[in-house]
Write a protein that binds this ligand. Structure first.
Ligand SMILES: [Zn+2]
Length: 333
């Protein structure tokens, strides 16, 4: 079983080269150097007659991403498309700034996220509630609106035409209600955003990403299964890089997110104290990291992307919403 192999410490971190060509030479990874760190958040360039950037990183990554595009031969008038998997600021916070630098690019985003790229004030307020005002400003910078006339909203099954290739939109809510995965027609690679969680290739640990306010565990599991059904070559994670082991990664993602959700549900039997439940989750996450990578894994960058406190807050909210729904006689999912 592939999953057993993943549980051999170090198996996920095996000699995967971290260079810019992923899947094949037609897709390049651009490190957004988010928060000044390597290998935390990736953008991708799809080469072709209509070059397309997938994900922008936050505003604070503007120079790193524009510099990466320049190195790949993409000047201000060359970039034809910017596509984002969802609007969380580490994925799409830089859309406003980059749309100014690349004035010809059309901006593609799920229809639920589109209004927030044109008018980001509610998105910024929501992010401040999750991270705290000061951390948000330091990590993500000022979020500028993108020109609404250049924003093209998309939904499930839509095909984004990029000239010689295209991206099919797969609606994959769960991590966020406006999250999509994108299937590349040329390579079969799937940009999965945060749908599978966070897996940094030089560490080799897979950790769920369960932030408030949207996280819905069973919806997220169904999205992972949709991705598995459609995956034919390689998964491309925003945090971070290419993962060719499709079944193993999907299996582990499901086990992990359900395991974390169960841990929080158990914790809620005693009290809903956030600090206490965050500590319970940390205990579980530490054991997961040991299973994936052996002792001594460097988890600092995982904590920056999504602390146990943020993940615990998301899962507490998930269970409370779910129990309210069930008490009201609604569906359990
Ligand atoms: Zn996200």
């Amino acid at each position: 079983m592939a999953l057993d192999r993943l549980h051999e410490p170090g198996s996920l971190a095996q000699d995967r080269r971290v260079d810019s060509a992923v899947v094949d030479a037609s897709i390049s990874a651009i490190d957004t150097k988010m928060i000044g760190l390597d290998l935390v958040t990736s953008a991708y360039l799809l080469h072709g007659d209509e070059p397309a950037l997938v994900e922008t990183g936050p505003s604070t990554s503007e120079a790193a991403v524009a510099g990466g595009l320049e190195q790949l031969g993409i000047g201000p008038s060359d970039l034809a498309h910017v596509v984002v998997t969802h609007i969380h600021l580490d994925h799409a916070g830089g859309v406003g700034r980059l749309s100014g630098r690349f004035p010809r690019a059309t901006i593609w985003v799920h229809e639920r996220g589109a209004p927030h790229l044109a008018e980001p004030s509610r998105l910024v307020a929501s992010t401040a509630r999750v991270y705290g005002e000061e951390t948000m400003r330091a990590w993500f910078g000022a979020v500028e609106p993108a020109p609404s006339e250049r924003i093209a909203p998309v939904g499930d099954g839509d095909v984004i035409p990029l000239g010689s290739r295209s991206l099919e939109v797969l609606y994959t809510p769960g991590h966020a209600s406006h999250h999509v995965a994108l299937i590349d027609s040329q390579t079969g690679g799937i940009f999965v955003g945060d749908a599978l969680g966070i897996h940094l290739p030089d560490v080799g640990v897979l950790r769920p990403a369960t932030p408030p306010p949207d996280i819905d565990v069973e919806v997220a599991v169904r999205s992972i299964e949709r991705i598995r059904e459609r995956a034919s070559s390689t998964l491309l994670l925003s945090h971070y890089g290419a993962v060719p082991e499709i079944d193993a990664m999907c299996d582990l993602s499901i086990v992990r997110i359900r395991g974390w959700a169960d841990q929080v549900r158990e914790g809620l039997r005693s009290s809903d104290d956030l600090d206490r439940i965050a500590r319970l989750l940390e205990k579980r996450g530490t054991a997961d990291a040991l299973a994936d990578a052996g002792p001594g894994a460097d988890l600092d960058r995982y904590d920056m992307l999504a602390s146990y406190r943020i993940n615990a807050a998301g899962l507490i909210r998930y269970w409370k919403k779910r129990w309210e729904r069930e008490a009201a006689g609604g569906s359990s999912q």
